[in-house]
Design a binder for this molecule. Sequence first.
Ligand code: ADP
Length: 658
Amino acid sequence: MRAFLIRTGQVALTFALFSLCNALATQFEIENSVSILFPATAIAILACMMFGWWAAIGVVLGTIVTPWSPEISFTTLLTSGLISAIEGMVPWAVFRFRRDISSDLRDMRSLIAFLIFGCVVNTAFSAIAGNVLILKHPAGTYLVWREVYVWWIADFTAALLLAMPALAFGHALFSRIGSDASREQAGQPRTITNAVQILAVILLLGFAMSFAIRVSLLNGLEAERLEQQRAWAKATVIVNRIHDNFLGIETIDENDPRRSAMLAAARRVNDAEFASLEPALTHTSPELMQEVPEVRSLTQKWFAGPQANASQVSARILKLRSDMEAADGKSWADFGRKRARIMTVVGLVDGFVFMILVLASLTLIVNISRPFHQVREAINAMRDGQSVDPAKIESGYLEFRTIAGALAETQAELLRREGALRLQTERALAASRHKSDFLAKMSHELRTPLNSIIGFSDLLAEQEETIDHVKRVNFLENVSTSARHLLHLINDLLDVSKIESGKMKMHFEDVDLRRSISNTVRSTSPLFVRKRQQVVISVPEEPMLVRADPSRVEQILLNLLSNANKYSGEGKPVSVISEKLDGRWRIEVRDRGIGISDEDQARIFEDFEQVYTRGPNSTGTGLGLALVKRFAEMQGGEVEVKSKLGEGSTFAITLPAV
Ligand code: ADP
């Protein structure tokens, strides 16, 4: 129901506009003999483009209700209406069925193809239909082929020019009320260059058409004027000869014996000249058409009658000649008026083209300046560090869409770089903090054993006389332990600093991890023996080949084993288990010692991180696991820990198998 109402509204709107234009054009054509049907045709084209074939009904109805003469038959009106409707539907049909040439009217090439195709099809159709079916021109004269072609081409081009800005620039309008095709078209981006090209096409075609109309009309007028001039000259010569004929008779002597023969000859001349005068007066006035037969019968009467008052007849002929001259002058004035009318019509066409151009240019300017402003705003906002949404740049033009896309990318890139920079700064700050912490801890670590060494040495020096042997040995052992601890610490520190500065040299070779395990277990066995801890080793039959630095691998295992020894109670077993997993060798060092809480597990691989504070005799440096992690990673491996407080820990290292 709603769709029906909309359709009816569209037909009614087309009907109203078309019939109004048609009535005005017909009136103008009858009065001025100049056809300006194109606004009506433009309405037919636009309506069909926007509403589809329904609009054709409005066009046919609009033609029927505006007859150009009262005698015109209904059939002729209906045919004429159908021609106008088809003329309106040609662009619609071209657009619908020949998308290949009119896929986007905003593209200049398809626009020109569309124009040419539309003009040729439309003009051929209209010319044939106009000649065969209607035959009679509104002004009353019959059409000839050439005129039909000229007028229909001009009419259709002008109509398209009127419709074109709406097609090319009014896509917003089309996308709201237009057909599916125009809505689809409105979604595609066009370039500013295309829009400017279309403007240029409109301008060129418009003025070319106006020029063609001007030349065609003025040429017609000039030809008519020349023909009339010739006709007047011929008529004047005839009238002069008639007058000379009479003057000759007046000079004949009354007693001349040849008089009657001469009169008869003059009479024949008179009749012949009058016979040729009437057809010569092709562009005459109604007064002259009446006057010529009068003078003719006067002369004939004179030749038939007593032949008196020849001078009176001669005067009447002279008057006819002067009347003809007056009529000639009047026809010149008519030409002037016609010329002025033609100039008015072409002036209107020029003004119309110019108006289209101005409107289209204004639309273009508005459509360009608005997104330009938005782009400037977006850039300013981005410069001020605000987040902008480039999708808000409203423009159908491809150029602005590209700019909006580039802005979006720039913004994303800026955000990404900002994030990376922030991360880098945070890292640098953390590193600097870490360095300070490291220095503080290191001084502390160094001071503790040194204090112990100095303390015991001083004691030895001070109590040299009184100190007994056992005490002295004890003091010296303390000094030695602290010194070894210091050496250990300094060695570890040297390793850390070498790694940090990138100067740690690794000597890669094919290493059988079974050998590394047995070496390490052997070298640490005194520790385990001292705490009565059993070490269980499980290794495969095949060689556990990896590409690594054997001394660093052993250093890793040594740290893990000595930790297992250190942090497990007396008699608690330690096992070293190896297996191959996903192309990597994995060695686990398990103990049943004190274990590490989840929270502490996260930090024990950091430099100087220790879970428990140590006494002066502690052998730990807090650097062991940090070195394990670094060495493992330098050899393409990794280290992980699984532990439960009070139950024991498992440290695992994996290295890629060869
Ligand atoms: P340290 O020289 O103090 O052993 P590490 O870097 O080797 O330093 O270890 C850091 C800390 O991790 C140790 O102080 C200890 O608290 C904890 N830890 C390391 N291995 C074990 C383990 N097998 N069982 C329990 N705790 C451990």
